[in-house]
Design a protein around this ligand. Sequence first.
Ligand SMILES: C[S@@+](CC[C@H](N)C(=O)[O-])C[C@H]1O[C@@H](n2cnc3c(N)ncnc32)[C@H](O)[C@@H]1O
Length: 281
Amino acid sequence: MSQANHVLYRPEFPRSDSYDPEWVMDNQMGPNALWLLEWLCASLDLKPDMRVLDLGCGTAMTSVFLAREFNVRVWAADLWVNPDENWKRVCSAGLSDHIFPMRVEAHSLPFAREFFDAVISVDAYHYFGTDELYLGYLSCFVRPHGVIAIAVPGLMQHIEKGVPEHLSRKQSNGHAFWEDECISFHTAQWWRALWERSNRVEVAVADTMPEGWKLWRDFEIVLESAKKNQFPSVAEALDADQGQYVGFVRLVGNRKEGIAPMNLYDPGLIAQMNSDNTDSR
Ligand SMILES: C[S@@+](CC[C@H](N)C(=O)[O-])C[C@H]1O[C@@H](n2cnc3c(N)ncnc32)[C@H](O)[C@@H]1O
């Protein structure tokens, strides 16, 4: 049921429009995850019953969206958010047969090789996926021709010489937009080159959200006026930037066939090496 005219209504995101704005604001961890996901899903061909890993799912709003909109089965995987809390949200949404919350660290995934049809990650991949070897690892868990799709905050142009002053200065609320973690913000071209170099996926999409900065700013304004922002608002810096540097980036890659598995993060490797060394003494 459409709730057009509510505070989060955006004609370009009709699916997101059917979610209770209070629920969206109460469970947000930054930019509006449903808008990012709806944008990302426009480039995907999700089919009922597919197995989907929602990597860095946060409060599992995106997992609820995926299960409800596409009738897929979702492994709602996150590091910081307690899976017990996510399970309560999943049960309240009536999706306990479709969503399986778990605590994971993205470099130590407890899944069988080639288990997933899709890995989807919203506003999270930049925390763990900028390492050159990471896509090689993650792609082990996706079947051939399966998909890896991410939407992240990113750069609209490469920052050549130092962070622009309007992003690094303190806003009137005393908070600066640019924090040290923002070094993992990159352009769509940067992400494309990283993924292409890995030789694990065919990159089908690498682009930016039209007027993404505006959507981000407007969501921040709504959150602040509802007093539901988890972090100090960054609306002022986004407004000063006007999308020159900051916005959202989307990447979709289709897993190639016949690639060699790569798991250099596996703690089991160290145990194996230690035991090999002991044996050869
Ligand atoms: C900004 S929140 C976004 C959450 C959610 N996707 C959303 O958009 O509402 C980033 C999420 O990435 C997850 N994350 C960060 N590093 C991670 C890692 N190494 N392994 C798994 N999840 C990680 C955090 O637990 C956090 O919930």
